[in-house]
Design a protein around this ligand. Structure first.
Ligand code: FAD
Length: 287
């Protein structure tokens, strides 16, 4: 099923998972999926590191298992910065063979350690390529606080429009901790004529390491309320986890009240956290 067709009658709930790191046992992702799929999300998306290699096969296998073994619709992330057109065609063929109909088309982060070596410079080029080479539902990423490389909010929304015009039928945001950024972003998108569903990316911040990572990678703003909570509980991991869950629930309650199209939960492969959030909000999502 194309996940863009799920929107309209309810608030969609989706999860994001990532393949286990090379140092983790392979089965950890399946333990996570056993718990996450019990919550019956509308779909699960699977990340794919822009470095490529073995990771692609892992992401593909997990996305295929989500769809074909667990019976839940899956999305495969596809960063293009290191893909040739030939690589991309091979991956599209594998997705078709595994009945995966949804792709989150991304540029990928440009890192110091892997020089970009692909045929695509930006996500809109990959979106166009996918549209021309298959019958997929294509998703794209968006940034309520703008992408760090965009010169301005206007520049950022123009890029988003380019991706939608190229064929993206559904959007997922970068995580954010201040809902006001999301509301303002939605307004900018509407003014730019972007009318496809936009899911809000929510990441429950449950440990100190993920806060540091988040700031360095995404450049998002940390609201005072959030910082105070984190400071208060930073030496108590269980209290910090519970505060992170409560913060995410609070964000979701506010977003559903504003009529958000969907919530995309960055689960960090943690079914405990996802279950706590799910049980607090599932009635709101269905209302
Ligand atoms: P683009 O849309 O290409 O934009 C990147 C920058 O280039 C922006 O500043 C934009 O304004 C600018 N730009 C775009 N087109 C043009 C143009 N034609 N001319 C000039 N400037 C232009 N990364 C991974 O490696 N794997 C993942 O699985 C993954 N999953 C993600 C999931 C979500 C929901 C999100 C929000 C991000 C994810 N990322 C992932 C990170 C993503 O790859 C990075 O944020 C990356 O830096 C930008 O990707 P993009 O697709 O938004 O790029």
């Amino acid at each position: 099923m194309k996940t863009c067709n799920l929107f309209g009658s309810k608030t969609v709930l989706s999860f994001e998972v990532f393949p286990p790191k090379a140092t983790s046992p392979e089965n950890t992702i399946y333990q996570a999926l056993d718990g996450l799929t019990k919550l019956n999300p509308d779909f699960i998306s699977v990340t794919y590191g822009a470095g490529g290699g073995r990771n692609c096969e892992k992401s593909l296998q997990i996305a295929s298992d989500v769809k074909n073994k667990y019976g839940i619709e899956s999305i495969m992330h596809l960063p293009c910065v290191n893909l040739t057109r030939e690589n991309a065609l091979e991956i599209l063929d594998k997705l078709k063979a595994n009945h995966i109909e949804n792709i989150l088309a991304l540029r990928g982060d440009i890192t110091d350690w892997i020089a970009p070596c692909g045929d695509f410079s930006h996500a809109n080029e990959l979106i166009e390529f996918i549209r021309e080479n298959g019958d997929f539902n294509i998703l794209a990423a968006c940034y309520p606080e703008k992408h760090p490389e965009s010169k301005s909010l206007v520049d950022d929304i123009q890029n988003l429009k380019r991706k939608v015009d190229a064929g993206a039928g559904q959007l997922v945001t970068q995580l954010f901790l201040d809902n006001d950024y999301f509301s303002a972003f939605r307004e900018r998108a509407a003014i730019a004529g972007i009318s496809v569903p936009i899911e809000a990316g929510i990441m429950p911040v449950t440990n100190k390491k993920s806060i540091e990572r988040m700031v360095s990678l995404c450049g998002i703003n940390l609201p005072k309320k959030f910082l105070k909570t984190m400071e208060r509980y930073e030496n108590n991991p269980v209290a910090l986890r519970d505060a992170g869950i409560a913060y995410a629930i609070d964000q979701i309650v506010d977003l559903t009240a504003q009529g958000v199209d969907g919530i995309h939960l960055y689960t960090m492969n943690n079914p405990y956290v996802a279950e706590k959030i799910y049980s607090a909000v599932y009635r709101l999502l269905a209302a």
